[in-house]
Ligand binder design. Sequence first.
Ligand code: FMN
Length: 208
Amino acid sequence: MSDAPTARTIDPDEISGRDRYQLLTSLVVPRPIGWISTWGVNDEPNLAPFSYFNALASTPMLVGVSIGHRSSGPKDTLVNIRDRRAFCVNIVTEPFLNAMNSTSADVAPGIDEFGLAGLEPVPCKRVSAPFVHGCPAVMECELQQEVSLGDAPNTLMIGRVVVLHLDPSLEAVAGTSAIDPEALRPVGRLWGASYATLGTVISVPRPE
Ligand SMILES: Cc1cc2nc3c(=O)[nH]c(=O)nc-3n(C[C@H](O)[C@H](O)[C@H](O)COP(=O)(O)O)c2cc1C
């Protein structure tokens, strides 16, 4: 007879919203962080991190960000993307960790969040959004689709990448277009205030 402890079985509908959030965000880890920049209501640059973020397709190149609602109304990022039908994704790398965190503060609309974080906005080439000066990897996105997530107080915004800006220091893996993760030094989100940097990179070839 096995003396292994019995697994905990959890019905997410029977626990609190706080518990659901803590469980999901500590199990789906590490999550990439989309650091999303937009122009705001007064043409001010707005910037905030979102870890309900991922790549969705490569042809066309699509990314998605799921934006929660505050009890007071939609977050500025959602309002701004709807307004301009555009946003920019700045990839969060180790040197930008603290700046990224500072832009998660709940700041009133109309305030320049780049300035608060000591960052400089650069106007995008193709879309109506700014990006973070010095960020080594940036994707300019046109809004392709807005998806309401049913009962969830979240809205999924799907963006089509129309331009990428890549710092020359981001070397590609030899013989490919893939960016070498050791050059990128991305930061992933765990739960709460915990983050992960790149650990040991291992290579596992796919079966024939
Ligand atoms: C690392 C990190 C990840 C976050 N991920 C999300 C997310 O996926 N969805 C969300 O609604 N808020 C997320 N937040 C909180 C937003 O960044 C925060 O609400 C921010 O103030 C929104 O700014 P805005 O009103 O300018 O859009 C995250 C915060 C941090 C620090």
